[in-house]
Design a protein around this ligand. Structure first.
Ligand code: ADP
Length: 366
């Protein structure tokens, strides 16, 4: 268990003081995959670096398994740090050493002496575990980003840690490689029971990986709880902003711009609550044959078996039939809300299109 109790951190540099952390109180339980999300400068790196004593608090206590790091003797602190692995955004591998040598560094630096045979056996086992068994004698420059992070992970695991700290560990990787590394982290948590603390500015990372989240802003934790609860019911504006990066609350204007109607009406957001995600409600509505259902855009994710997000749909037909259709959906557990983007906004957007150049993604921003 990792506990931050009234932890503050100030940096003093050239007579200016930066408060990186205001009093932080936070508990990370054993076995958690805990995500800390925030923009650059929020204090995430400072927070995570306190756990393995790369930074020391200005005040307050970081407590690991009931022991405050402050109270440790230098030797006790060294031993405690050994049981905490860490991986980094830019991997931090030594370019002049092979993969096997990089992984063995913590063993060779430790006080305990290991034979070459013991080291070789451990390295081989770890390379199998991180799924690059054939890269033992390669040099970092010969590896892809994902492979380098796998080496970083193997090195972090070499002392059998009980905690793994990840500082923006996937930020330098493409989306597909990111997923593969996140799957590996899940395997480490599941099979070795290692508690993981991950700091990131990528919401899709915490959504995919973490069972609990803390949201940081300007040195404060503004919100914390189980991932599903935070996604279902975000409180702080910054949390909504982060969630918006993975699930849009509104229909993207670029989708509306492609609609055939001049001024489309009756655009709704459907959210599938409870069981409704697993029943063919839309199909049933269509089969009734009274309204036409034009699915415009869907953006849904699944967390712990619950579907979060929604589908944007245009309903066409006479008003009574549309109202009846909406009642039918609501009875089946679909939350139906009218899109805030009404004809006026769309009209405004269409006019702006004539004045603005699209950006590199082909989108125009109204
Ligand atoms: P994040 O990881 O969320 O980007 P950091 O913990 O790196 O945030 O930084 C939080 C604040 O502390 C920032 O204002 C940053 O400039 C400052 N800071 C971080 N490290 C140092 C340092 N070694 N010396 C001085 N200021 C620092």
């Amino acid at each position: 268990m990792i506990e931050f109790r009234n932890v503050t951190k100030q940096y003093v540099k050239n007579n200016t003081t930066t408060t990186a952390l205001h009093p932080i109180n936070l508990t990370i339980s054993k076995g958690d995959i805990f995500g800390v999300i925030g923009y650059s400068g929020a204090g995430k790196s400072t927070l995570i670096r306190l756990v393995n004593a790369l930074e020391t608090p200005t005040s307050g206590d970081v407590i690991i398994d009931g022991h405050a790091l402050n109270d440790y003797s230098p030797k006790q602190l060294r031993d405690a740090k050994k049981r905490i692995g860490m991986i980094f955004q830019h991997f931090n591998l030594l370019e002049s050493k092979t993969v096997a040598e990089n992984i063995a560094i913590p063993l060779r630096l430790g006080h305990k002496q290991f034979s070459n045979q013991e080291i070789d056996a451990k390295v081989t086992e770890l390379l199998e575990f991180v799924e690059i068994p054939d890269k033992k004698n390669a040099y970092p420059r010969e590896l892809s980003g994902g492979q380098k992070q796998r080496v970083g992970i193997a090195r972090a695991l070499v002392n059998n840690p009980h905690i793994l700290l990840c500082d923006e560990a996937t930020s330098a990787l493409d989306p597909q490689t990111t997923l593969a590394i996140l799957d590996l982290l899940k395997k480490i948590n599941r099979e070795q029971g290692i508690t993981i603390m991950m700091v990131t500015h990528q919401m899709e990372v915490v959504e995919y990986l973490c069972n609990r989240i803390a949201v940081m802003e300007k040195g404060h934790i503004v919100e914390t709880g189980p991932t599903l609860e935070i996604f279902q019911n975000p409180q702080a504006p910054i949390t909504r902003k982060f969630i918006n990066t993975v699930i849009e609350e509104e229909i993207p204007l670029r989708v509306l711009a492609n609609l055939e109607d001049d001024l489309p009406n009756h655009i709704y957001r459907f959210e599938f609550l409870g069981n409704s995600a697993h029943t063919p409600v839309i199909n049933e509505l269509m089969l009734q044959g009274k309204v036409t259902v034009n699915i415009l855009f869907a953006n849904m994710i699944e967390i712990d078996g619950s579907v979060i997000g929604g589908m944007f749909v245009q309903l066409k037909g006479n008003n009574d039939d549309i109202e009846e259709g909406i009642r039918f959906l609501e009875e089946r557990g679909v939350r139906v809300t009218l899109s805030r983007l009404n004809a006026e906004t769309i009209h405004h957007h269409q006019n702006q299109d004539h004045d603005q150049q699209p950006n590199q993604h082909g989108e125009t921003i109204a």
